[in-house]
Design a protein. Structure first.
Length: 117
């Protein structure tokens, strides 16, 4: 089992920044990559960003490219999502995700991000 704990959400004005953190514990050696998803009210959960745990290679949904940056600290088993130039449409609950090589997923409890206009 892998446990994920998110932090760093909050309320920010449009154009502002937030940094989300996700600390992994447990069988972290089994993790292949980690990422962030978000779910806005009345919408389905969507992919935001993902990072390969070993290579550090990241990928992003088009709507956040150039504004969000995903990174990881292997020593701390922690992944970060730096969010800049935030927009009201970024408002959502952000969930941390960890996947094993066979694509089994673990999820965090979620952290609320609210961007006011």
């Amino acid at each position: 089992q892998v446990q994920l704990v998110e932090s760093g959400g909050g309320l920010v004005q449009a154009g502002g920044s937030l940094r989300l953190s996700c600390a992994a514990s447990g069988r972290t050696f089994s993790v292949y990559d980690m990422g962030w998803y978000r779910q806005a009210p009345g919408k389905e959960r969507e992919f935001v960003a993902r990072i390969n745990w070993r290579s550090g290679w990241g990928s992003y949904v088009d709507s956040v490219k150039g504004r969000f940056t995903i990174s990881r600290d292997n020593a701390k088993n922690t992944v970060y999502l730096q969010m800049n130039s935030l927009k009201p449409e970024d408002t959502a609950i952000y969930y941390c995700n960890a996947r094993t090589p066979d694509l089994y997923s673990y999820w965090g409890q979620g952290t609320q991000v609210t961007v006011s206009s």
